[in-house]
Design a protein around this ligand. Structure first.
Ligand SMILES: [Zn+2]
Length: 134
């Protein structure tokens, strides 16, 4: 039958054993006043090392979860921004089409005076550049 060491109290147990346990660190605390207890300092030092290693292991796990969560947060923000950009691009296309359409009603003199085609071309070039990036 396989045996394992309980990671709380240090008892050797079998996997199907149910035991109530007092964590090793608390056992050591409870006996700290017994200065004469043989081996107490050695046990305490070993338990501190074990707890430190466990703390480091959990800290590592925590950090990788935090990193995953923040990456997911950025991914969600990027999705929101992409949909905002798509909506703005469509609005700019519609506005550019409308200006081109309305501008055609003004006389050639005013179209040239206000350089209507340059404004429309600049807007269309900006749209093309933005579409190349998303
Ligand atoms: Zn235990």
């Amino acid at each position: 039958m396989s045996r394992e060491v309980c990671n709380r109290c240090g008892k050797v147990t079998r996997p199907d054993d149910v035991h109530t346990c007092v964590p090793k660190a608390l056992q050591l605390v409870a006996t700290a006043h017994l200065g004469y207890r043989v081996g107490w300092q050695r046990e305490a030092a070993a338990e501190l090392r074990r707890l430190h290693a466990e703390n480091e292991r959990l800290h590592q796990i925590n950090q990788s979860h935090e990193t995953k969560l923040s990456v997911r947060g950025y991914e969600l923000q990027i999705e929101d921004l992409k949909s905002a950009v798509a909506e703005l691009l469509q609005a700019l296309k519609d506005a550019t089409d409308a200006i081109e359409h309305w501008g055609a009603y003004s006389s050639d003199y005013f179209q040239q005076k206000w350089d209507l085609h340059s404004d429309i071309n600049a807007a269309r070039a900006a749209i093309d550049r933005a579409e190349g990036k998303i």
